[in-house]
Design a protein around this ligand. Structure first.
Ligand SMILES: [Zn+2]
Length: 180
């Protein structure tokens, strides 16, 4: 093959075309359409997550042990990701914990800007171990100035007849205390 070393490809400094600006959309200079697909699907959660969500429907946070690694795992898994052995011995945990991390978000889940921020973060569930062990959720009944890492919190549950086996069967975690 001949030496093509000299033939370096060249690229335009800027890609051709025109950037679309938000104002172009607002001023209807851009043609666009909106389509909402009707998609139906079923999702198999597996044994461990199904049992966890069924527990939430009943107002319980369930965890499961790996005795070999001395872990009490929540959210539960069918196997321990440390030793890959099967988990066993399900237990109900208290619905209290400690804020491990958090964010103050001025964007809602659809990326719209909002005035009142959403407080969201990871809760270390009290009886699970080793720490930190827990899951992500919303925080409520506290301001962005009050929330802090290490804050003790407790789950606020939806009324029983509104629960559907979802992580949102817990509405949010509120500060522990205030008479409880
Ligand atoms: Zn293990």
């Amino acid at each position: 093959m001949e030496n093509r070393k000299e033939e370096k490809p060249t690229y335009p400094k800027y890609a051709p075309g025109t950037h679309v600006r938000t104002s172009d959309i607002r001023d209807k200079k851009i043609t666009y359409t909106w389509w909402e697909p009707e998609i139906q699907y079923a999702w198999s959660l597996g044994n461990a997550m199904s049992k966890f969500l069924q527990g939430l429907k009943e107002g319980k946070i369930l965890g499961v042990h790996c005795h070999k690694c001395n872990r009490l795992i929540v959210p539960p898994r069918s196997f321990c990701e440390y030793c890959y052995g099967p988990t066993e011995d399900w237990v109900e945990l208290k619905d209290t914990g400690t804020i491990n991390t958090y964010s103050v978000s001025y964007l809602d889940p659809n990326a719209n800007r909002i005035e009142e921020p959403i407080l969201i973060g990871v809760i270390s569930i009290d009886e699970a171990y080793p720490k930190p062990m827990g899951f992500m959720h919303y925080f409520g009944e506290m301001s962005k100035d009050e929330i802090h890492i290490g804050m003790k919190v407790k789950a606020v549950w939806k009324p029983e007849d509104e629960r559907e086996g979802s992580i949102n069967d817990i509405k949010y975690f509120k500060p522990l205390g205030g008479g409880e």
